[in-house]
Ligand binder design. Structure first.
Ligand code: ADP
Ligand code: ADP
Length: 235
């Protein structure tokens, strides 16, 4: 049931005279329909990991396979862009919405850029507005929405192309406790309704608790793994 295999990733940054090992031999799998949490303090390598899995940055060493196929060109353009658009949806702490576009236009944007027909855009956007609970807000601009609603827009946009993997970097970092809970429940719903695979990065244990599995990062290494007891969770 493995979707993504990450094998022996290493990444070193050179800043001034210093070499910083951001990732040291990271290996793990992501299963289909799994919410995998990467938890660690600031500087532990979480964002670097997501950037590499999202082909926004390249590793010094290591391999990534998707559906058992080695992605040996994913860090080279034009393959990187293709890999990203076919496989990855991003969600960030700051929502990165287009402020001059309405909710529905923001969600539609990836489809429109791909050249989808008007009727396809309409159908898929309606379905997504319903999924993220924003049908009544479809004509609003992002600035007219709460932070939680803005993040729902970003989730809708990240999912509209139905990418196999969602990468979420501190998606609740700008939200209060209750709104964070609401957004995490939206992600859980995507997992359950769409069998969506998600990698979520956080420093917050309250957020990490939503994961099916938690990888604990420290100084670029996986120092511990926690697997939720599914029997217990089903009770
Ligand atoms: P986290 O997301 O867990 O906060 P990061 O992946 O951002 O961690 O960073 C891991 C380490 O790599 C940190 O020591 C950070 O300072 C360093 N680092 C990250 N990006 C760069 C960069 N572009 N240049 C130099 N060092 C970097
Ligand atoms: P946050 O609000 O979670 O801190 P950032 O804007 O810092 O999010 O984004 C996290 C990382 O992803 C940054 O290193 C940034 O360069 C990169 N990033 C942000 N937005 C985009 C984007 N739209 N496309 C590609 N990379 C992005």
């Amino acid at each position: 049931n493995t979707l993504l295999s990450v094998n022996n990733l290493c990444k070193t940054y050179t800043a001034a005279e210093n070499r910083i090992s951001a990732l040291k031999d990271i290996t793990f799998d992501l299963n289909r329909g799994e919410l995998l949490v990467v938890m660690g303090t600031s500087g532990s390598g979480k964002s670097t990991l997501l950037q590499i899995i999202g082909a926004l940055d390249s590793p010094d060493q290591g391999k990534i396979s998707l559906n058992g196929v080695l992605q040996d060109k994913m860090f080279m353009e034009p393959y990187a862009t293709q890999y990203r658009s076919e496989n990855i949806g991003f969600i960030f702490q700051s929502f990165h919405l287009m402020k001059d576009l309405s909710v529905e236009e923001n969600i539609a944007l990836p489809l429109i850029l791909k050249g989808a027909s008007g009727s396809e855009v309409k159908g898929k956007v309606n379905e997504m507005l319903d999924l993220v609970g924003l049908t009544s807000w479809r004509k609003q601009r992002p600035m007219q929405l709460s932070g939680g609603q803005q993040q729902r827009v970003a989730i809708g946009r990240s999912l509209i192309m139905r990418p196999p993997i969602i990468l979420a970097d501190e998606p609740t970092g700008n939200l209060d406790f209750n709104t964070s809970r609401e957004i995490l429940n939206v992600l859980i719903e995507m997992k359950e309704q769409l069998n969506q695979s998600i990698i979520l990065v956080t420093h917050d244990a309250n957020v990490a608790a939503y994961g099916d599995r938690i990888l604990f990062f420290h100084d670029g290494e996986i120092v511990d793994t926690y697997v939720k007891n599914t029997e217990e969770a089903d009770m």
